[in-house]
Design a protein. Sequence first.
Lengths: 240, 321, 312
Amino acid sequence: MNDTPAVPRYAVPSTARAIVAIAALTWRRAIRGRAPWVTGVLALLPLLYASLTYRYSHRVDAMFMRGVFGIVMLTLTISPAMNVASSLGEELEERTSAYLWSRPLARWTIVAGKLVALAPMVAFGAIVGLVLAHVGSDGNVPPVQVLAAVGIAALAFCVAAAAVATIAPKNGMTLAICYALFIDLALSALPISLRNISISYHASSIAGMSVNSVSSGLIGITCIVTVWGAIGLWRIRNIE
Amino acid sequence: MKPIIEVTDCSKWYGQVLGCASINWKFGSDERTRGTAASTGNIVGLLGPNGAGKSTLMKMIVGLSTPSRGTVRLFGEDPFHNPAPRQRLGYAPEHEKTYDELTALELVSFLARLSGVPTNQAIAAAKTALDRMGMSEHIGRPIKGFSKGMRQRTKLASAIVHQPDLLILDEPLTGVDPMARIDIIDRIKRLAADGTSVVISSHVLYEIEALTTDIVVIYRGQVLAEGNIYDIRRLIDKHPHRIRVECDRPRVVAAAAASADHITRIAFERDAVVLETRNPDACYDLLGQTIVREQLHVTALTSPDNNLSAVFDYLTSGGAA
Amino acid sequence: MSAPETNITPTAPAPTRSTAAIYDLGYKRYVGNRVAASARWRVIMRNQLSTAWKGWWRLKFPLGTALMISLVAGAVMYVSSNKLFNAIASKGMGLKFSDGIVPFSMTFFARAGFIFSLTVGASVIASDAQSGGFTFYFARPVRPIDYVLGKFAGLLLATSLIMMAGPLFLAAERLGLAETTSELIDLLPVLGKAAIAGLAGALLYAALPLGFSALANKRRTALALWAGAYLIAGSICSGIGLLTNTPLGALDPPTAITSLTFHLFDVEWKGRSAMVPMPYAIGAILMYVVIGLGLAWWRVNNSRSTGVGGAP
């Protein structure tokens, strides 16, 4: 018998490779389900709102822009919850995570992989929704600043939804919707300093629709994402 | 010699519920190369009723949960906080749920990539693993249409796809029909014969019995006994061993046995006598001498309680000395 | 046909009466009373209620929200009843601020109702479809109508706890704060109005999510469809209604409920959505209840007739 320890046949995969593999799996599962279709339907709803509003008012003013922006933000209370929170929650709740965590990869790669796969899809859906709403009503593409604000907000909501799902996997989707709707959106509408913990409020700053500057919006949203990200990573590190 | 698995004073609580209590257990030796230990001695069966703590112990070994107290080492390292030892591990969890949207080939090749198999080799490795588990005809089918047996085989394929040194199989035969069970048992034996160490759990005694004679009996979160089943049986003093002799003159055997002080009971059955002894070796010597001396025509000589079922019953009923 | 006669000669003495007995402790068919087929929906209702009660996030969370709303609104009502607050408009009549709290609180109870629809209501049938739960129901003598009635009744009871108990508590508090007996008598109808508004809300928030839960085989898809329809389609309807000054806002469930409540309490309100006329509000609520129950029945009946297995 040889006394040298056995060596594994293959090398431990790099973190980047593990994230890409999990993202590929998540993406493949997502496109075989109905989530992209529902995201697509959600992306069309702002168009419905904008075209009906434009038909009756025939005005493209700040109020119209805010209205369409608000409807897109409303879709962001659902889309990240349905895609990210639900996907991660199901993974943890149905214990399919056991297949991943019994492999040589860090626990947080599962969150990163899901975000890499799903957050761009959510952001893309929201941006397309906004573009369609404007093109379909007044015929103009909205300013890049507004599109960037929606994209950044979508990514931030995805991180928050992922963190919520690690806290309560079984009801991750529901709680992520409740958080986005009753806390984040509600706070953004209040004229109090507490609104600084709202992603929606900072998104409107980035879009140039609030009294705050773009940079303060970016800093604010970065802080919120960092806090949610830390919560999510801490939870995923300890979850069993 | 560094063991493959080393569990030291390990306890696990789920709130008020006790999963495992002060388990100490070592398994295997890491100082060997694959293929040189070609025997089924590489298999150990974790045996215990439902809820005994088998899955809890396995999850801690795999790194899916941490012990509330004590330590678990896999290939000498902490498996929960350190991904490296999981590189040499293949795990098939108990639950049936997998990624149902995928085909068997997609699932196994994806898990191969996560285990470090290069992307350009992952498909080939997955096909080989599925073929070894008798799934080559179904590799392109979505898992959601699979029977329980096919799901178990797919899980086993995903566990072996990266050719691990250690396989941990949590109830791999649950819900599998008898023919498939025999086939899967045979394939697990072949993996062990190729040098892979296997830890397999079950609450079905004959499944374990068909695979191995090395067992760890877990009951109410504790290790009740471990080692070779026959050695364990020998250690159970409260329950004398039963030896059934079927022959043409059972009364002659009984008369010879009656004078031996290690015989505790003699009972007659049709054309047979059943002896209960505290010293099986002495009893077998006595029987051999009697059969030769009296020229008996013996048609059967069996030990009805020298099996896993009897050992398990004795241990879990508190009968072990 | 008579049985053939046989003569048996005993060859051995008859056995003496034995005192031994073997008791079969195994399975015995149940021979007691059974619930009548027409009452089996009650079993499903009780099951629905008990499963909703399990865990913190299903019924207890929205119920806690409703309780908080009741307590906060109750405290505000108590403070405002000491004449520190001025009257607000009520069709030209003077109305104390505290009188407006009961109808105004309905906008918040509607939110609690929506949370309950997210945690339980909008996933009831989809969850059964996903887990193969239909098999457990329809392998027994349960009709689709029993299933739908049972689920609806269970949801209705739970939603009533959220949407009816709070307004009734506030109405009772308002009566308790009456300064004179004649004021108390004058205010008595408030109890009935709160009950009607709460019941309408409970009906809507039980039936419509149940209908949406029948639209998908996966829990998360059903939830997303319901949330999308409620939040976005509803907002679009109320926004367009406000813009065009038409009763289109009645198609927004919370607008329909709050409009009905404000009409019942004779209070004018203009928030993010305009009030819609009472007949439209009642019509929309009834329409949604019928649509919700109809969708649920259609889906369940369809599933039963095409096989009772789980998710396809």
